[in-house]
Write a protein that binds this ligand. Structure first.
Ligand code: SF4
Length: 467
């Protein structure tokens, strides 16, 4: 998915930028990038972070990066920041989201003489460069951003660095969040609010959908008011988001406790202990255990000294191997027990199947799974959420395919937890994973745990409803 951090300060901002960007490392695996500007112009650095953490790649360069304004990005796909020279002057830009109509946007642009895009390896244009091209169609930066947001299908939140300010623009329907932070002499824009407190910032505001602001050391100027339609990604609270972060003022860890509590409230299974699949299942499991009055335990521990990252390498076989190596089972806790696990979600289910098998190999009597969100039936169109090329990789879709073949008649019926197709789909998935029981969160319980009005939360990947 990716994340970003921008800062405008009265004094050098590089330390804040470096650590603020690093606090987004859980959101992407491919590239890290920083851009700063001072009276000598722009300086930019981009590194491959697929095998090494962001901080270790950039720390040797910090002395070279000087400036009072800067933007940084953790990118799951393209090289960023992109440096642009246009009629807006020079600027650097980073984006988070997904241009679902990238090909159409590029084809339309290339019809005009003199337009060209550099290509990344694999001969695809860099989506952030395409966004910059759209912005350059406007008379001003804010007008260009508005035009870009109108043209983009999918979602695109933007930080843009000029010689005198940082612009922050949230995507049109607010699928990804942007928060503003402030401290004496500095203002910051961030996707994750967990980047703020250790750098001395207080959360000042949350941008609304489509809102555009301009940050300087002295203040924040609103250039475009928020729109009235919000479709923030519900999956942020379930899985992506860092526990210490809040979106729309709602903390991730607190929502996970509520998710676990609502799972427990509907459950009647008898077990000896509750556990989370590390890391993002942990909060849900604590919520379940506290509400059910069942001991919380750690039958698996994660080997964090050398496997600190939550995302995985690109190659699926290597990812599966890494997932296995990270988690170490503890026989003394597992053997002879009935275990209930909370998981954020079941995406493909292949790693989960391996985990379940290992739990039984270590002597478990029963294994029950409680995902904190409903089955994922539809692939996300709005964010680069999964590397899977096909919706059919989803565990729920695999079950549907087993039942109905390649052309299911009514996918929507699988979103209704009281329907017969839903129950059969869940039973198929349970069997394939080798579980004693599998019960997913109901969508209305998830929405209640988040606490926003239902119409303000994107739920497309669960029910296929696009608002
Ligand atoms: S489809 Fe799912 S993952 Fe994508 S934005 Fe909507 S809730 Fe988030």
């Amino acid at each position: 998915m990716g994340g970003f951090f921008g800062v405008a300060a009265a004094n050098d901002c590089v330390a804040d930028l470096y650590y603020g960007t690093d606090y987004h490392s859980h959101l992407g695996t491919m590239r890290g990038g920083l851009a700063v500007v001072d009276r000598n112009g722009f300086r930019r650095s981009i590194h491959d972070i697929s095998n090494t953490q962001f901080r270790s790649k950039f720390e040797d360069e910090l002395a070279r990066l000087r400036g009072r304004l800067g933007i940084g990005v953790i990118s799951d796909y393209e090289d960023q920041p992109v440096l642009i020279g246009s009629h807006h002057g020079r600027y650097a830009i980073v984006t988070v989201g997904k241009l679902d109509n990238l090909e159409e946007l590029v084809a339309a642009a290339l019809e005009r003489r003199g337009v060209h895009f550099s290509e990344m390896s694999g001969s695809e244009p860099n989506p952030t460069e395409v966004v910059a091209h759209l912005i350059d169609q406007g008379d001003t930066i804010e007008e260009g951003i508005e035009r870009a947001q109108e043209a983009i299908q999918g979602s695109c939140s933007i930080l843009l660095l000029t010689e005198d300010a940082v612009y922050a623009a949230r995507d049109r329907l607010g699928r990804t969040p942007i928060a503003l932070g402030s401290k004496p002499g500095a203002h910051a824009a961030t996707l994750e609010t967990c980047a703020l407190p250790n750098l001395g910032y207080q959360v000042m505001d949350y941008l609304g959908p489509g809102e555009i602001v301009r940050l300087t050391a002295d203040g924040v100027e609103r250039l475009r008011p928020p729109g009235d339609r919000l479709q923030i990604c519900g999956f942020l609270w379930v899985y992506y988001g860092y526990p210490a972060s809040s979106y729309e003022g709602i903390n991730v860890e607190v929502v996970r406790y509520r998710c676990g509590a609502s799972l427990a409230g509907r459950d009647d299974v008898e077990v000896d202990l509750v556990a989370g699949i590390p890391d993002s299942g942990t909060g849900h499991a604590i919520g379940y255990a506290n509400a059910a009055g069942i001991p919380y335990s750690r039958p698996f521990v994660k080997y964090t000294p050398t496997w600190p990252r939550s995302f995985m390498p690109q190659d699926q076989r290597v990812r599966d191997l890494v997932a296995r190596m990270k988690l170490i089972p503890i026989r003394e806790i597992i053997s002879g027990k009935r275990l209930l696990f909370c998981e954020d979600s079941i995406v493909r289910g292949t790693q989960l199947k391996d985990i379940i098998q290992r739990i039984f190999e270590h002597g478990a009597l029963e294994v029950h799974m409680r995902p904190a969100c409903p089955p994922l039936v539809f692939g996300c169109k709005f964010l680069n959420f999964s590397r899977s090329k096909s919706e059919l990789d989803l565990a729920a879709r695999k079950s549907i395919q087993e039942m109905e073949g390649d052309r299911p008649t009514d996918l929507g019926s699988y979103a209704d937890p009281d329907s017969d197709p839903y129950c059969r789909m869940v039973e198929r998935t349970r069997e394939r994973l080798g579980l004693n029981s599998l019960r997913y969160q109901r969508l209305e319980d998830l929405i209640a745990a988040i606490g926003l009005p239902r119409e303000s939360v994107c739920t497309y990947c669960w029910n296929g409803v696009e608002r």
